[in-house]
Design a protein around this ligand. Structure first.
Ligand code: GLY
Length: 393
């Protein structure tokens, strides 16, 4: 990144400790307010006109809500949050036991912030059992041919013989299962996947592919493609953010030195393509002056990644990424944070789930709305800034 860009970023205001505390208080208050509606049921993945409807535990996103409940519990110690977390872990156990909507790589998104977190925080055997079952299910999606975990669709389907960058965040479930059971196969699947993913999704300029296909017969790398980004050659903002956090998590578990320059490159690409107000456009192709929606969730995810990686970098680089994360979180709190529950029952406005373009293959929904991962990672970033946090991932 150029020095000019770095200087421009460094003059933005950082969130102050008192503001972190205030924002966490507010987030926890909003989560508690929502418990009567969302304990037996879960919020839908994204809000509509600012409000989440209630759904059963069926989508890839419900774990983020339970994660919010646990983060609010950590912050307040309130008994109703503990109780809600327990009810929701029962639901996650029932879901994996009945194999409902678990044919997906998203099992880490589902089971790390809900059941691994609940186990770490409360010693829950329900959480442990459910998360171990989910980890076993996830390894079933690993392909020897290509050495990756297949993202979507029926296993081996020719139109879906691919990985996606988002999956880097599903791997901590496998690392946790390896530590918990002593079975190395979990760690091996995670490490082979991350190696394959990082070898192919990062382009020469450190922008990233959302998805990458492999040859089904030989396992040879085939081609990159977008699903949720604007076009094939662009950098989908959230994909880039999954890369930032995913590489940091990969480093956390492997300590592979070659991941450090990858982290720096992918993160600096993300930061170089932010608009003045630091709330990312949904695709990094767009910038100030473009009439395009934002994806605030990608700033929250990237901030968590920077705060994680800062733990392992030397003094100056560590302080640099921490400082940038504080600036992104300040922008989120000031410009997107929900202050009034009459406006929304979410936490963070101006996010984008899936924005259809003439050049991508995704459906159109959740544009300029709240979504569950945006809310969750905002709370996680605040928690990381507030204390030395024991990670759920
Ligand atoms: N992992 C799916 C998404 O980020 O939309």
């Amino acid at each position: 990144m150029s020095w000019i860009r770095k200087r421009e970023l460094m003059v933005k205001p950082e969130i102050l400790p008192g503001e972190v505390e205030g924002a966490l208080d507010q987030a926890a208050k909003l989560v508690i307010r929502n418990l009567p509606e969302f304990t037996e049921y879960f919020p839908k993945a994204y809000s509509e006109n600012g409000f989440y409807a209630a759904t059963p535990n069926v989508d890839w996103t419900t774990g983020f809500w339970t994660g919010e409940v646990w983060l609010a519990y950590e912050h307040t110690g309130r008994g109703e949050l503990l109780q809600a977390g327990r009810v929701q872990m029962d639901s996650f156990l029932e879901r994996i036991e009945s194999k409902r909507e678990v044919e997906t790589h998203d099992l880490g998104f589902l089971y790390s912030p809900s059941c691994v977190a609940g186990y770490k925080l409360t010693g829950s055997e329900v959480g442990r059992k459910a998360a171990l079952m989910a980890a076993r299910e996830l390894t079933g999606r690993f392909h020897e041919k290509g050495e990756f975990i297949q993202a979507w669709g029926p296993l081996g389907a020719p139109d879906n013989y691919r990985l996606i960058i988002d999956c880097l965040l599903n791997l901590p479930l496998l690392y946790w299962a390896a530590e918990e059971t002593g079975e190395e196969r979990y760690r091996q699947a995670a490490e082979r996947h991350i190696h394959t993913a990082l070898s192919h999704v990062i382009r020469e300029d450190f922008s990233t592919w959302h998805t990458f296909f492999f040859d089904r017969e030989t396992g040879a790398p085939d081609h990159g493609a977008t699903c949720q980004g604007y076009r094939d050659g662009s950098a989908w903002a959230r994909g880039q953010a999954w890369g930032v956090y995913g590489i940091a998590i990969g480093y956390r578990y492997t300590k592979r030195q070659e991941y450090i320059p990858m982290f720096e490159g992918v993160t600096d690409y993300f930061l170089s393509h932010l608009p003045e107000d630091l709330v990312p456009f949904w695709d990094l192709e767009f910038g100030d002056g473009d009439e395009q929606p934002r994806d605030s969730s990608s700033a929250a995810i990237a901030a968590c990644g920077m705060l994680e990686m800062a733990k392992y970098l030397d003094g100056e680089r560590s302080e640099y990424y921490r400082g940038i994360a504080r600036r992104l979180v300040k922008a989120l709190a000031d410009k997107c944070g929900v202050k009034d529950p009459a406006v929304s029952n979410g936490l963070v406005l101006h996010s984008t789930y899936s924005n259809h373009s003439p050049y991508n293959t995704c459906n159109h929904y959740g544009v300029d709305e709240c979504n569950l991962w945006g809310d969750y990672f905002y709370m996680e970033a605040l928690t990381r800034l507030h204390k030395d946090w024991q990670v759920y991932w």
